[in-house]
Ligand binder design. Structure first.
Ligand code: PRT
Ligand code: ZN
Length: 304
């Protein structure tokens, strides 16, 4: 790998994704759905883009915002928690804002939460005054405590935050939670979320001034198409004219339908893109409201 840096002019786009971890597979899958394919280098750190001039750099997630700030990478897939933490760190140390969230990607969801020992009766943030809070997210915790007008001691740890109360290093913690099983296993309970996080596409604050601008716009258009139809289905059915209103009321998540008259019949044929889950229960409700010949089809691609 040779991360030759020439931020001034480049005609290939370079995207950083997590090498291995929670975000690496969904990030690759999303890029592949957007039509990208790669040839992997032997060291498995660099993937040369074959279908488009878009290369991948496989790195640790924590390095991604810095790589964008330094111009080594153009875009990156990273947790909002990591992006905001490093943005906060830069702001605290007077460094310029160099990256921002371009898109939320709908995977890698988790919360950054305050968790207290199970025996605590939680009465609100004021209860944290004077307490020691262990975290790997000191910048976000500091900003939140400031907004709550609470003074507490932040104990910065690099990992295993959940055992800090048991080790006597802290009274409470501020950490990422998804299922909550890790907290429960450590006799802690989440009481307050300070951030809702998910994987995001991060990019520079300033727009690209060369061929990368067009490549980034193309990629965004394709990714938006993929994200838009991720949970969507094409629903086709027929219904008598006087049942259409009732049927459409059962489809609040549907796009305005395409409607066709049927020869020699009072019924209409409709097709519409539905963004929510199309369960059996919903189909049965639609049938009761008058819909017939219901068909649910997967949507593979969409270009608005
Ligand atoms: O090696 P590298 O530095 O790249 O990876 P990493 O170990 O730092 O990252 P990784 O793969 O663990 O997480 C990458 C990103 O996934 C995070 O930055 C978050 O944006 C997101 N994510 C989503 C999570 C979780 N869910 C999550 N549950 N990151 C961490 N956790 C932790 C949580 O803190 C707890 O300790 O997983 C544990 C299990 O969670 P529970 O609540 O389900 O028990
Ligand atoms: Zn990491």
């Amino acid at each position: 790998m040779s991360p030759a840096v020439n931020p001034a002019v480049r005609d290939r786009l370079r995207i950083a994704i997590q090498k291995s971890g929670r975000l690496s597979e969904p990030a690759r899958a999303l890029l592949a759905s957007a039509g990208l394919s790669w040839r992997e280098s032997r060291d498995k750190l660099f993937c040369y883009g074959e279908s488009l001039p878009v290369d991948l750099l496989l790195v640790r997630d924590d390095d991604i915002p810095g790589l964008i700030a330094d111009g080594v990478c153009d875009l990156g897939f990273v947790g909002r928690n990591v992006l905001l933490e490093q943005a906060g760190e830069r702001a605290e140390t007077g460094k310029p804002e160099m990256f921002r969230e371009w898109r939320a990607l709908g995977f890698g969801g988790c919360r950054l939460s305050i968790a207290v020992p199970e025996g605590w009766q939680w009465q609100g943030p004021a209860q944290l005054a004077g307490r020691r809070i262990a975290t790997t997210y000191p910048n976000q915790l500091r900003a939140w405590l400031r907004a709550q007008h609470v003074q507490a001691d932040i104990v910065v740890l690099n990992g295993s935050v959940e055992i800090a109360p048991r080790l006597g290093q802290a009274d409470v913690i501020c950490d990422l939670v998804s299922s909550g099983a890790t907290l429960a296993a450590n006799q802690l309970k989440p009481v307050c979320d300070i951030l809702q996080s998910e994987a995001v596409l991060a990019g520079p604050v300033q727009p690209f001034g060369d061929a990368r601008a067009e490549l980034a716009a193309l990629l965004l258009r394709r990714m938006d198409g993929v994200l838009r139809i991720r949970d969507s289905k094409l629903l086709m059915f027929q219904a008598p004219r006087d049942a259409i209103d009732e049927v459409m009321q059962l489809l609040p998540d549907a796009e305005p339908p395409t409607v066709c008259a049927l020869d020699g019949s009072d019924a209409l044929a409709l097709q519409t893109l539905c963004h929510g889950a199309m369960t059996w229960q919903r189909l049965e409700d639609l049938k009761r409201a008058g819909a017939r010949g219901l068909m649910v089809l997967p949507v593979e691609r969409m270009l608005a």
